[in-house]
Ligand binder design. Structure first.
Ligand code: GLA
Length: 726
């Protein structure tokens, strides 16, 4: 059983394959956190200590004259504002009269088989090998009811957390802050690992000690953002890729978030993750309920690589859905870097002809096919086909592409509106805009009010009608600006808007993927500005970055790999000099980097030299051979490309019969020293053949002593070596 309750001790034990999560209801009815780590079978309540901390750490009234009892010191499951805990708390409730208070006590709990799901929000799913624990807490003064939800997914060592707040009081309340998870640690020196970045350079890894005070990362851009990814790790200061304790937390949400790390006066650590409290004040009417988005938690004592593998497995098996979940994705050619806005039907057909000849399987028509759009200043919102520009209808184009043996996909950006559009002329009130203020523009576009169900309904009809024109096999859903001017004409209270906006986006996604179940959906927000587990519930892959430079991509994909599996990471070979950096890299290196992801091309195939065409044909054949291994294998990082002059990673099949090792030299020098790499994840007793030169090595030797990478001449050489067990 994954969830165990000991009624005598009032002790909850949540068990996965390798971990235990423990909490208890204490004698005053408070829910205290006891432990999260490797398996243990007994209560760790003995770890709690009680000292008189003086008048500056409050004592709840239920504790009588016991001055040794303070929630300012004790580890809690769900700390709230109002109990004398002065650390950052998970829940702040404001009442109509401006009073901030809440005091939650255990009422009851329920254990059920299968994992809960959240209405209107993405969440991990698992019928088998999972259980749900719901703990109901209430505030006796206001009648507020808070349900803590725990999903225990045993096979990948994942525990999920979410919170439901129900307003049973006699007046409106306002949720001013809500975190979905709190983890309190009694002691320890921990590092916070976070992933910062910017447009075209996302998810750079940063590791820093958690010091006294509060450290946080988050987003208030309306998307999870390029700037900080909603995935963080807490590690013991000594943890490495292959050894040591670490905790990961992934927020299953694509909007604003906040992750906080705090070292307190008694050297204890608190970690919180949930919705951002900025631009948020959720008004909850009498009888209404609110769901905080889910957080996926995982723990391992086997280092960062194992932690990533837990998340990879969970995301592939319990988050991604749909027809393509377990399918190798078609190799695509995207029109964006091939021709930007400058195309017509004829140009696209030529691109498709060339693509078919090379073995590419799908043509994606990116931005510019709708309204009057020939640059990025107009037409968003006008989702009708520009037949004049194409020289044909979408149905005709799609037929032509299919007749060449290719699948066909299109790009959309449903959440946006250009001021220069028919939609904006007829419905200016549908844009998020502060009345009386000239709007903040981003890429010359405004954001539609997805908190308004009328807008969502309109978009459903509008996008559906396009998707019915011809056989559309793929859709890239983009979102190309940060949100500002948060004001909806459809509500009188603005504090709910950004959360309701996300619900609107999710509801449109859900309706469209259900209405068009055969379509492969890819998420995008200026590349990886909304690369999160929430989006992956709807789109089983996301365009990783607008930066297609192979060398930058080694670093971007390295950071991405800490949480996200290769199968979800959209990655393309583009032209040189690269359009973002001007760098020239070899076609083999571009292929090696792009191939360890959802693979494709994004360049003008018609302009390729003959030798490049030959190389691309080989690459695609090679990819078909390797794709099942890349999509389903176990991933290992073999270097840190932010610290070493080398990017190296490998994927091992689950039976450990095959291993694909990829290496990119990020710098070359005269008279280069030899680069040695230690492999991982092999069967130590098996012999492996290097399929390139036929040489045979013992698994244990490759892992313990390593493997020399031959030096190659030229900038940024790469190596892709497939080992097969003999
Ligand atoms: C964003 C995407 C690109 C491309 C353009 C089109 O920047 O990330 O891949 O689709 O929009 O405008």
């Amino acid at each position: 059983m994954a969830v165990l309750y000991d009624g005598t001790k009032k002790l909850f034990n949540l068990n996965t394959k390798n971990t235990t999560y423990q909490m208890k209801v204490d004698s005053y009815g408070y829910l205290l956190h006891l432990y999260y780590g490797s398996h243990i079978n007994d209560s760790t309540e003995y770890m709690l200590t009680y000292f008189d901390r003086g008048g500056f750490s409050g004592n709840p009234y239920v504790a009588g004259n016991n001055r040794r009892y303070s929630l300012d010191v004790l580890p809690q499951e769900f700390p709230v504002q109002g109990t004398g805990d002065y650390r950052s708390v998970a829940l702040v409730i404001r009442e109509e009269n401006g009073c901030y208070d809440c005091d939650l006590h255990y009422k009851e709990h329920k254990i059920t088989n299968g994992k809960y799901c959240l209405k209107g929000l993405p969440s991990a799913y698992s019928e088998e090998k999972a259980q749900t624990l719901e703990i109901i807490l209430t505030d006796s003064r206001t009648n507020l009811e808070v349900t803590l939800l725990y999903g225990v997914i045993e096979d990948c060592d994942i525990i999920t957390r979410s919170v439901k707040v129900k307003n049973n009081s006699r007046e409106k309340i306002y949720i001013e802050k809500i975190s979905s998870v709190c983890l309190d640690f009694l002691y320890g020196n921990y590092d916070a690992v976070t992933f910062y970045g910017r447009h075209a350079m996302e998810r750079n890894m940063k590791r820093a000690p958690i010091l006294h005070g509060k450290q946080s990362i988050g987003s208030k851009r309306g998307t999870s953002s390029h700037q900080y990814n909603p995935f963080v790790i807490l590690t013991d200061e000594s943890t490495t890729e292959t050894t040591g304790e670490c905790y990961g937390a992934s927020f299953v949400y694509s909007g604003n978030f906040l992750a906080e790390f705090e070292r307190d006066q008694f050297e204890q650590i608190r970690f919180l993750m949930g919705l951002s409290d900025e631009l948020f004040s959720y008004q909850l009417d009498i009888g209404e309920q609110f769901y905080a988005p889910e957080v996926l938690l995982s723990y391992t004592a086997m280092g960062l690589n194992k932690l990533s593998q837990n998340f990879h497995y969970c995301i592939s098996e319990h988050i991604c859905r749909g027809k393509y979940k377990n399918k190798v994705r078609p190799v695509l050619i995207n029109s964006w870097e091939a021709c930007y806005f400058d195309f017509n039907g004829e140009v696209l057909c030529q691109l498709a002809d060339q693509a078919a000849e090379l073995g590419i399987e799908m043509l994606v028509l990116d931005d510019g096919w709708f309204g009057k759009r020939n640059d990025d200043n107009s037409s968003l919102g006008d989702w009708y086909v520009n037949e004049k520009k194409l020289g044909m209808s979408l149905t005709e184009l799609s037929e032509k592409i299919h007749n060449k043996g290719l699948l066909f996909g299109i790009w959309i950006e449903p959440e946006m509106v250009s001021e220069n559009s028919d939609l904006y002329c007829s419905h200016p009130e549908w844009a998020l805009r502060i009345p009386g203020k000239r709007p903040i523009r981003g890429r010359n576009q405004l954001v539609l009010d997805f908190s308004n169900p009328e807008v969502v309904q309109y978009m459903f009809e509008s996008i559906s009608s396009v998707l019915h024109q011809g056989e559309i096999n793929y859709v890239k859903w983009d979102m190309n600006r940060s949100i500002s001017d948060v004001y909806s004409n459809s509500t009188s209270y603005q504090g709910n808007v950004l959360y309701d906006y996300m619900l609107g986006v999710y509801s449109l996604l859900e309706r469209l993927i259900n209405a068009f179940p055969d379509i492969l959906w890819e998420g995008c927000s200026g590349g990886g500005g909304r690369f999160d587990t929430g989006m992956l519930y709807y789109t089983p892959q996301i365009w990783c970055s607008d930066n297609t430079d192979a060398i930058d991509r080694v670093r971007i994909q390295y950071g991405t790999s800490f949480c996200y599996p290769l199968s979800v990471t959209g990655s393309h070979v583009s032209a040189v000099p690269n359009h973002q950096t001007g760098r020239v890299t070899d076609i083999d290196t571009r292929g090696c980097v792009a191939m360890t992801g959802a693979f494709g091309y994004e360049l003008n195939l018609v302009a390729l030299a003959e030798d490049e065409k030959t190389k691309i044909k080989e690459q695609i054949k090679n990819y078909h051979k390797l794709a099942p291994l890349i999509q389903k294998g176990i991933y290992y990082r073999l270097s840190n490309p932010f610290k070493e002059e080398l990017g190296a990673w490998m994927v091992v099949s689950r039976q450990r019969e095959k291993a694909l090792v990829s290496v990119v030299l990020l710098n070359v020098h005269g008279n280069m020293p030899v680069v040695y790499i230690k492999l991982q994840g092999l069967d130590s007793t098996k012999y492996y053949r290097n399929t390139q030169d036929g040489k045979i090595y013992l698994g244990t030797a490759l892992m313990k002593h390593g493997f020399p990478v031959q030096t190659k001449f030229g900038g940024y050489p790469s190596f892709q070596i497939l080992f097969e067990a003999v």
